[in-house]
Design a protein around this ligand. Structure first.
Ligand code: BTN
Length: 244
């Protein structure tokens, strides 16, 4: 394990761990602006308790943020997506990416990154980020996936991490000085599917309608036959697919 300072963050680098999110949960109090990254995760996890396949070669990093006002925690989902997109764009000029609610980044409709926000139950927000740099086995996944290499870009993991930490810090400053609006506007500019048909899978049911937009907190607004429903958590599928 090594520790070094990168773009104002204290970066802990590991060869192997179960999950970098779990590592951040175990950091001592006063670890704001600490990041943990690992080459391999043996227990990487994603949203809805799913597994995050974590072989060597991809980026796995979790950021520790402390003393975030509870009302601001949710916006970090969008801030992380916007910061990550900016970092990837810096290293992959010309690459077209889109945001999928709440915080996936897609290339040609295929998922290339995953972001998982968790809290430790006290005052710590953990922002876990995975980026596919190399192809992964997609046979058992819910969504089509891709990697930066498959899209024609061989990205150095260290360069991407540095660019991410830099842009994340810059967006944090923007959030503090200008509020949530610039974050949500940047997200919406790159959003896919607004105005189009969507299927929303909730834990207990499925809803169909059109993607109306986001509210001021980033909740997903579904237009279901003229009624606007606010969705705080769920899986979105574009189109009126029958199979999901
Ligand atoms: C998702 O799309 O479901 C979110 C995936 C988040 C994966 C990252 S990899 C680094 C961090 N450690 C984890 O165990 N999960 C997150």
């Amino acid at each position: 394990m090594t520790i070094r300072s990168v773009q104002g963050w204290s970066l802990i680098e590991k060869e192997e761990t179960d999950s970098t999110n779990e590592d951040v949960k175990k950091l001592p109090p006063g670890s704001d602006k600490t990041a943990v990254c690992a080459c391999i995760q043996t227990g990487g996890h994603g949203r809805m308790g799913r597994r995050w396949i974590s072989p060597a070669g991809n980026l796995y990093v979790s950021l520790c943020l402390e003393k975030i006002p509870p009302a601001q925690a949710g916006i970090y989902s969008f801030l992380a997506a916007v910061a990550l997109m900016q970092a990837i764009e810096k290293l992959c000029p010309g690459l077209q990416m889109h945001c999928k609610w709440p915080n996936d980044l897609l290339i040609n409709g295929k998922k290339v990154t995953g972001i998982l926000l968790e809290t430790d139950g006290v005052d710590r927000l953990i922002v876990g980020i995975g980026v596919n740099l190399i192809p992964i086995d997609e046979s058992r996944l819910l969504y089509p996936v891709t990697s930066l290499r498959q899209e024609g870009f061989d990205v150095d993991k260290t360069d991407l991490l540095e660019a991410l930490l830099e842009s994340f810090g810059q967006w944090q400053i923007r959030l503090k000085t200008q509020g949530k609006e610039p974050v949500l506007s940047a997200w919406k500019r790159k959003a896919c599917g607004i105005g189009g048909s969507v299927t929303v899978n909730l834990p207990d049911r499925q809803l169909r309608g059109t993607f109306y937009g986001l509210d001021q907190d980033g909740c997903f607004l579904l237009n279901k036959e003229g009624e606007i429903l606010k969705i705080t958590a769920g899986d979105i599928f574009f189109g009126r697919t029958e199979k999901n």
